[in-house]
Design a protein around this ligand. Structure first.
Ligand SMILES: [Zn+2]
Length: 147
């Protein structure tokens, strides 16, 4: 049976058996779990991080972004969870899936590189003192000759 909405359940840990239509949120682990909205019974785990899913709780319902694409399941279902409601995203071509994966990888790489840039900025810049250079041979010669 197709699931039309997900009701948030804040839990300390995920129960052995998930109920369809419930969205289990283990905030301590920054992870949510629910059963695939197509009704296939597969468990969908959505970790929360800047490069995974972001969840918003409006006090009653939960929204997840980006969309949930269960490409590893037979059903290959793809949907959004918006204000607790399942919104089907329709079939996605393999090309679009790959593009999405590439975007994810790029987003993760960008986070990595911005982190390393920050590290570089924190490193002290070595100072160069050109002014302390010894007087040139010509200058010495001039002095010696009395100019
Ligand atoms: Zn499914």
């Amino acid at each position: 049976m197709t699931i039309k909405s997900l009701t948030p359940q804040f839990v300390e840990s995920f129960p052995q058996k998930l109920e369809p239509g419930e969205l289990y949120l283990a905030m301590e682990f920054a992870t949510a779990a629910h059963l695939c909205a197509c009704g296939c019974g597969n468990k969908v785990i959505t970790p929360f991080s800047p490069t995974d899913w972001q969840m918003s709780f409006d006090g009653e319902t939960v929204s997840l972004k980006p969309s949930i694409g269960n490409w590893t399941f037979k059903c290959r279902s793809h949907y959004w969870v918006r204000s607790g409601r399942i919104e089907w995203a329709g079939n996605m071509s393999q090309e679009a899936i790959n593009a999405g994966r590439k975007r994810d990888a790029e987003a993760k790489a960008q986070v990595q590189s911005s982190r390393s840039v920050q590290n570089v900025v924190r490193e002290p810049t070595p100072l160069t003192h050109e002014q302390t250079e010894a007087p040139s041979f010509i200058d010495k010669l001039k002095k010696w000759l009395g100019f």
